[in-house]
Design a protein around this ligand. Structure first.
Ligand SMILES: [Mn+2]
Length: 497
């Protein structure tokens, strides 16, 4: 009998709501999973991807992760893992670093045998590359075989990966697929194969309302999958419809009914009631012990009535800033989808991709940038003079990324990265990533040139300041520019926008 702890979507390093405490929570959840694995003396821990929230985790997160992995290794419990879409880089993976340190084993096409189970791995693969994917796996002589992978597989919600076709084409018969990417846990069967998601270990989005946890998978005569819960940060989610005449008092009254201490408090307002200042409600919740509070007011007002209320809305400030960047209407529309709290995070990918396809079908020039507000006529003239070389540099960046279908690939990479937590990844300003990233400030890659220089479907600057002060690509050593572009070609929505 072999017992495996199946976890994934840990998202270490995610500074959710810009909260350092939340960032610590994600690492703490991993520490708890590892402690359980040691206490249970499982034969192995299987990690199904997205150990890190970002392909550039901070040193503190890498250090914390190594510390936890060392505890696991010291207890002689091996960790087997694959690479998820969030942490995926173009070259060596973080997982390779941990393997070098003797703290993890990266699963692949050749079996790693634990007890009576042969473990295989399939890293996340972008949709555009799946058609060419072959499911050839080296044979094994264990009693059981399991495939660990990261992606949205059928028959679960939002699936885009054909599980039946995969199992049909695979050269190994799998008893189980142990999956990550869908943060909602679940167990199904496809033919004779168990297909299961362990779910995320902390809520990466307020829509993840169920308890978090992991799977315990036992391979005996039969395969059994049990679920165990984790103690995580409490989330208080309040959806409140305000009747006419109801306003801030009603919101406060409603919040007094909830245990706010140390909780993430997420309030959604609807209905025909009075205007409510989100900032005041958030302050109220924090004063009553909440760790962070967020208010989304889904109601529409006449702008004149609520200028003061809107002023307190950071999303509106972001929106205003985005308009100054001179992005295309298409890009702005996508930004709206990505940051719309009303769009469930798991559907953002499909919504955006469908939107992009429709826009491009209707008008291949849909992503032509609008006239930017930022640059002066002088900088525009400079930009025009440099355009051909900039375009060439951008071309090289795209080539490095995907020679055959750069546009689709770029879009998909952005969409994949945005899909898990689009509401935060997509915040082009105010996000700690874009604001705090030293590389984007000191060494902008070729694909962060001002919008006015960009070819269609390429990127706009993360901020207007970047655009105005960015040295043109050709002043950089071209190899360096390529490396920077390749490094940056993948992940964040702001790269894409
Ligand atoms: Mn994930």
């Amino acid at each position: 009998m072999t017992r495996v702890l199946h976890t994934g979507d840990t998202h270490i390093g995610y500074r959710q709501y810009h909260s350092p405490e939340r960032r610590a929570d994600f690492l703490a959840a991993f520490r708890q999973v590892v402690a359980d694995a040691i206490a249970d003396d499982v034969n192995a821990v299987v990690h199904a991807g997205d150990l890190f929230h970002d392909r550039r985790p901070a040193l503190a997160d890498i250090h914390g992760t190594i510390e936890v992995l060392r505890e696991l290794a010291a207890a002689d419990v091996p960790l087997y893992a694959v690479v998820g879409n969030h942490e995926r880089t173009r070259g060596d993976q973080w997982l390779d670093l941990f393997e070098t340190l003797g703290l993890a084993t990266r699963l692949g096409r050749t079996p790693r045998v634990v007890g009576n189970v042969a473990l295989y791995g399939l890293d996340f693969v972008p949709r555009s590359r799946r058609a060419a994917l072959e499911y050839d796996f080296a044979p094994h002589d264990a009693d059981h075989a399991a495939l660990v992978s990261h992606g949205l597989f059928e028959p679960f919600a939002h699936a885009d990966w054909d599980t039946e076709a995969l199992l049909e084409a695979a050269t190994v018969d799998f008893d189980a697929m142990l999956l990550g990417d869908n943060h909602q846990p679940g167990v199904e069967t496809v033919g004779d194969t168990w297909v299961t998601y362990c779910g995320s270990t902390e809520r990466t989005d307020a829509s993840e309302r169920d308890d978090r946890g992991y799977n315990l998978v036992t391979f005996d005569d039969e395969v059994t999958i049990a679920r165990r819960g984790l103690e995580t940060r409490p989330f208080v989610t309040v959806d409140l419809s305000l009747a006419p005449g109801e306003g801030p008092d009603r919101v406060r009254e409603r919040l007094r009914e909830e245990p706010l201490e140390d909780a993430v408090v997420v309030v959604g307002l609807s209905g025909a009631g009075e205007p409510v200042s989100p900032a005041e409600v958030e302050t109220f919740a924090v004063e009553r012990g909440a760790l962070v509070a967020r208010v989304t007011d889904r109601r529409e007002y006449e702008a004149a009535d609520v200028a003061a209320v809107r002023f307190a809305d950071p999303d509106e400030a972001v929106r205003e800033r985005l308009r100054e960047l001179g992005l295309s209407d298409a890009a702005l529309a996508i930004d709206e989808v990505v940051r719309d709290d009303a769009v469930a995070k798991t559907t953002v990918r499909d919504r955006v991709e469908g939107h992009v396809r429709t826009l491009l079908d209707e008008d291949p020039a849909a992503f032509e940038p609008a006239t930017p507000v930022g640059p002066t006529p002088e900088t525009l003239a400079d930009a025009l003079a440099e355009e051909s070389e900039a375009a060439e540099a951008a071309g090289r960046a795209v080539e490095a990324d995907s020679a055959d279908e750069p546009d689709v690939e770029e879009v998909e990479a952005a969409v994949e990265a945005a899909s898990d937590d689009g509401s935060t990844t997509g915040r082009a300003t105010g996000d700690d990533e874009s604001a705090g990233d030293p590389e984007s400030g000191s060494e902008p890659p070729a694909n962060e040139e001002p919008a006015s220089e960009d070819p269609p479907a390429e990127t706009a600057p993360a901020t207007a300041e970047d655009g105005a002060t960015a040295p043109p690509a050709q002043t950089e050593d071209s190899a360096e520019a390529d490396a920077a572009a390749e490094d940056d070609a993948q992940v964040t929505m702001e790269d894409y926008l």
